[in-house]
Design a protein around this ligand. Structure first.
Ligand SMILES: Nc1ncnc2c1ncn2[C@@H]1O[C@H](COP(=O)(O)OP(=O)(O)OP(=O)(O)O)[C@@H](O)[C@H]1O
Ligand SMILES: [Mg+2]
Length: 252
């Protein structure tokens, strides 16, 4: 995939005052953050907080009601979400997008426009467990293995920005604990900007540079991941809906 230039050393993704929702009712209001190359930013919050809506709006699948999203130096065009994917801004949905009757190898083939054995090797190097499963039908793989495949498929396209919606959905905490550090490693080593949507707050923050906590469609707390981890009481209060935290900076 051709490298899309990003002006200067600017962020790969800039979300500025994003407000978006359904049938005129915002499900997320005034969300702003940036993601640079090699950075991981977590969007956290309880069910219905607006996390998935935010991701969908960032890739142009839900129209913006206000604000803007700039990815790889260009405004996201809601009429052409596929263009963004081609340029390397990928959303990994929480339903995993897999075909149970096809093998792992079939999925690798489907994910590539043109076979790229070197890239396949590199991706298998990141998820070695998949190597022994290439001939297995995906319906027979475990939840964790299916999730590895979902991320592996996205990596085959050499993404620049990866948005991952609840990778841990339905997985045992032990598996999540093993998988999340690999997300941080791939961000750092490949210079990918990652937006991580998670319900496992501490695990997500432990592999993130920054965190944004949403509740009822609003940012209730944000800051450096290490500061958020150091103020767990604030994070918990924000997560469970204490009104006084609306828009707060952690530690303030
Ligand atoms: N297609 C839709 N049409 C109308 N309302 C929707 C639609 N999708 C989501 N919503 C509403 O928007 C709000 C935010 O939903 P969203 O899916 O973004 O939350 P979430 O933070 O991803 O939650 P979860 O953790 O359960 O996945 C919720 O009130 C939800 O009911
Ligand atoms: Mg969601």
């Amino acid at each position: 995939m051709p490298e899309t230039p990003v002006p200067g050393d600017g962020p790969l993704l800039t979300v500025d005052g994003l407000t978006a929702g359904y049938t005129g009712v915002p499900a997320i209001r005034d969300l702003s953050f940036t993601v640079g190359a090699g950075e991981v930013v977590s969007l956290l919050g309880p069910n219905g907080a607006g996390k998935t809506t935010s991701l969908l709006a960032m890739v142009g699948l839900v129209p913006l009601m206000a604000g803007s999203v700039t990815a790889l130096g260009a405004a996201v065009d809601p009429k052409r979400p596929y263009k963004l994917a081609r340029r390397g801004v990928l959303l990994v949905p929480d339903d995993r997008g897999i075909f149970p009757g096809l093998t792992v190898r079939d999925h690798f083939r489907l994910a590539q426009r043109k076979a790229d054995p070197a890239r396949e090797e590199a991706v298998l190097g990141r998820f070695p467990a998949l190597r022994g499963l290439l001939a297995r039908r995906v319906g027979l793989c475990s939840g964790g293995e299916q999730q590895m495949l979902t991320i592996a498929k996205a990596l085959l396209g050499r993404p620049r920005v990866l948005m991952i919606d609840e990778m841990s959905l339905g997985l045992a905490p032990k598996i999540v604990q093993e998988m999340l550090p690999s997300i941080r490693a791939l961000a750092r080593e490949e210079g990918i900007g990652v937006v991580l949507v998670e319900q496992h707050i501490e695990l997500a923050l432990s592999v993130s540079d920054r965190g944004v906590i949403l509740n009822h469609g609003r940012v209730v707390l944000e800051g450096a991941a290490r500061d958020l981890l150091a103020h767990r009481d604030q994070v918990e209060a924000a997560y469970f809906g204490a009104e006084e935290f609306a828009g707060a900076e952690v530690g303030a």
